[in-house]
Design a protein. Structure first.
Ligand code: NDP
Length: 310
């Protein structure tokens, strides 16, 4: 019997995915139907993005798995109607995009590019930026994206540190874990990159107390999730000069409301959740592989731990 694969994402994604996903699943040898609409009781797999609006999985009686197009699963992981395995997106294109975005914004601050791009004033200043080995970049979250960005920064010569829930050993990255590890990681972080998931344990991980551990003038780069930061505490730290700049891609409310103080703050850079987007060309391979695995009775890749929330 054919398996039915429901594509449930924002309508504008379907034209981008239809042919690519069809081709990718064909290569697995699985007999399938792919559509944006089925009788829920007849769906085997849901390819899912939160912006589809699908919230109630109860009618999906024979569902085998939900395959998320997004790496971040905070909006679905606690859904009580979802009782089947949930896999998140881990994909080369997503890693490449995040690595480029993080590296670009780290280099901007490391080199002090703004001085020349926006501060050109006819004065011949010869301040030379330091070399990367004398700059510590700390990454909170050493998962798929944090490790990829960390390795790229280390290859440029930066002194890279990182922090995760469980202990890690990563070449060229000094790894910390646990509460005392967080303190040490923050104390050295001249540039701090947040690549943690949004879970109950990471909410407001950057608050007044943890921000105070950063060296004065530290730069914060957040492509992780908005709730990782206590916004009032960050604005206070920016106001006092303790934090030198914040480059923020993600926010508690998206789109960021036009009157939010971040938009007009001269030491905040807002980017509209574009750090890294799932790329259909590579993401369809990850989706197809999990459908193949499901049909072959093999374990799914990149399953979300529902108790940890990521
Ligand atoms: P992973 O699950 O691979 O990595 C998460 C990392 O965070 C792991 O190292 C994990 O530790 C660590 N972590 C989780 N909880 C804690 C905790 N309580 N204390 C310390 N460390 C913790 O995720 P990805 O790298 O794939 O993605 C990270 C996040 O990036 C996503 O959840 C999403 O929010 C965001 N994202 C943003 C995008 C954008 O465009 N702005 C695009 C894609 C993703 P451990 O290794 O020990 O498990």
């Amino acid at each position: 019997m054919s398996v039915n694969v429901l594509f449930s994402a924002h309508a504008d994604r379907w034209p981008q995915y239809r042919d690519l996903l069809t081709s990718a699943i064909i290569t697995t040898g699985v007999d399938f139907n792919l559509a944006t609409d089925f009788d829920p009781a007849e769906v085997d797999y849901v390819v899912y993005a939160p912006n589809s609006g699908l919230r109630d999985f109860a009618p999906f009686a024979r569902l085998k798995a939900v395959l998320s197009l997004w790496a971040g699963v905070e909006s679905i992981v606690g859904n009580p109607t979802l009782t089947v395995p949930l896999a998140r997106m881990v994909d080369h294109g997503l890693q490449q995009g995040m690595t480029e975005w993080v590296t670009g914004h780290v280099l901007r601050h490391h080199l002090g590019m703004d001085r020349h791009i926006t501060g050109q004033d006819g004065i011949w200043r010869t301040d030379v930026p330091p070399l990367a080995p004398s700059r510590t970049v700390c990454i909170l979250g050493l998962g798929e994206l944090g490790q990829a960005a960390g390795k790229a920064l280390a290859s440029l010569g930066f002194n890279v540190t990182g922090w995760s829930r469980t202990p890690k050993s990563i070449p060229e990255v000094t790894c910390f874990d646990g509460a005392s590890g967080l303190q040490t990681a923050l104390e050295g972080a001249e540039i701090l990159v947040l690549l943690l998931p949004d879970t109950p344990a990471t909410t407001n991980i950057l608050d007044a107390k943890t921000l105070a551990k950063l060296p004065r003038g530290a730069v914060i780069i957040n492509p992780g999730r908005g709730p990782l930061i206590d916004d009032d505490a960050l604005l206070a730290a920016l106001g006092s000069g303790h934090v030198g700049h914040a480059t923020l891609d993600v926010f508690r409310t998206e789109p960021l409301p036009p009157d939010h103080p971040y938009w007009s703050h001269k030491r905040v850079t807002v980017t509209p959740h574009i750090a890294s987007e799932t790329r259909p060309e590579t993401a369809v391979l990850a989706i197809a592989e999990n459908i193949r695995r499901g049909e072959a009775g093999e374990p799914f890749l990149h399953l979300v731990d529902r108790t940890l929330g990521y």
